[in-house]
Design a protein around this ligand. Structure first.
Ligand code: AMP
Ligand code: ZN
Ligand code: FE
Ligand code: FE
Length: 281
């Protein structure tokens, strides 16, 4: 079993990179990708330990993009760096992404304050390391009693249709895919089910269009995918010559219902052959 989609506390997970490697070793995962949002800091820290312990660690990242043709809906693109490290240019570009996040956090705090909440940026930033994201805001909102749990914090305040939602600047998906390719990475559409496109032919057309602008893979296996989703995306991948990937999207105690390797209530089991095919893709 392998897991090609996980987060550390360098983005919005709860485990340190070392803890994540220890867990992967403890459950005898055959390969682990660290795919933090917008940063390689977690991968960079985990890499020496993984090498020493003989764990097959894959360098990856998860980036947000908007889809102009779909009303600027957000898409997550995973970039897998299988045979060369990400370019320096790309790492520099990430600094700009992190700066845009900081600017967004300022606007988010102002908006939360304007709807009457007593919250300071400092107390949220204390929870983040390389970056502070909405899940950190949610944790503070729960701790302060403004929401009963994470989901409610998103629903009541910071989710996409909530009153204090603030968008963050993101690249159009075509440009982002090209950027990952230029950096030496293999771009994959993450958890396609979360695009929330109900009409399956519209969904398929979008995936084909992304393939036409450089997308190379589809995250067929994911904790949010039902059996029917796995089948549908598996077929789409085959039809359009996209590589298949999969992972739990583990975030530690931030998303306690998702387990490393095995997903939600054991709904996930990604075979090692997925990585072997990805490497030869
Ligand atoms: P950010 O990158 O700061 O905009 O935060 C995005 C992250 O927040 C996503 O990767 C999810 O983990 C989480 N998230 C987004 N929307 C929701 C929601 N409605 N409920 C729970 N978590 C969410
Ligand atoms: Zn996350
Ligand atoms: Fe995601
Ligand atoms: Fe993720």
């Amino acid at each position: 079993m392998i897991d090609l989609h996980t987060h550390t506390n360098e983005s919005d997970g709860s485990c340190t990179p070392h803890e994540l490697v220890e867990r992967a070793l403890g459950m005898k995962l055959e390969a682990l990708a660290i795919s933090d949002h917008d940063t390689f800091a977690g991968y960079d820290q985990a890499q020496p330990l993984a090498t020493a312990a003989g764990l097959d660690l894959v360098c990856a990242i998860e980036l947000s993009a908007r889809i102009p043709a779909q009303n600027h809906r957000t898409a997550h693109i995973l970039g897998y760096f299988l045979d060369q490290p990400p370019s320096l240019d790309f790492r520099t570009w990430l600094d700009g992404v992190l700066a845009a996040r900081r600017e967004r956090n300022l606007r988010l705090i102002a908006k939360l304050q304007s709807v009457g909440l007593n919250i300071e940026l400092q107390e949220v930033e204390r929870l983040g390391r390389t970056l502070t994201g909405r899940p950190h805001f949610a944790q503070v909102l729960v701790r302060k009693g403004y929401a009963a749990n994470n989901d409610e914090a998103f629903r009541k305040y910071i989710g996409e249709s909530a009153p204090a939602y603030v968008e963050r600047q993101s690249a159009p998906v075509e440009a982002l895919i090209q950027h990952v390719v230029d950096a030496g990475g293999l771009p994959v559409l993450a958890h396609p089910v979360r695009l929330g496109i109900r009409d399956s032919s519209t969904e398929e057309t979008l995936i084909r269009e992304l393939r036409d602008v450089g997308l190379r893979g589809l995250e067929v296996y994911h904790s949010d995918h039902k059996e029917t989703d796995v089948e549908r995306y598996g077929n789409i991948a085959k039809r359009y010559g996209l590589a298949v990937t999969g992972g739990s999207d583990f975030h530690g105690s931030v998303k306690p219902d998702i387990a490393l390797g095995t997903g939600r209530n054991g709904n996930l089991s990604v075979p090692r052959s997925v990585l072997e095919k990805l490497r030869s893709a």
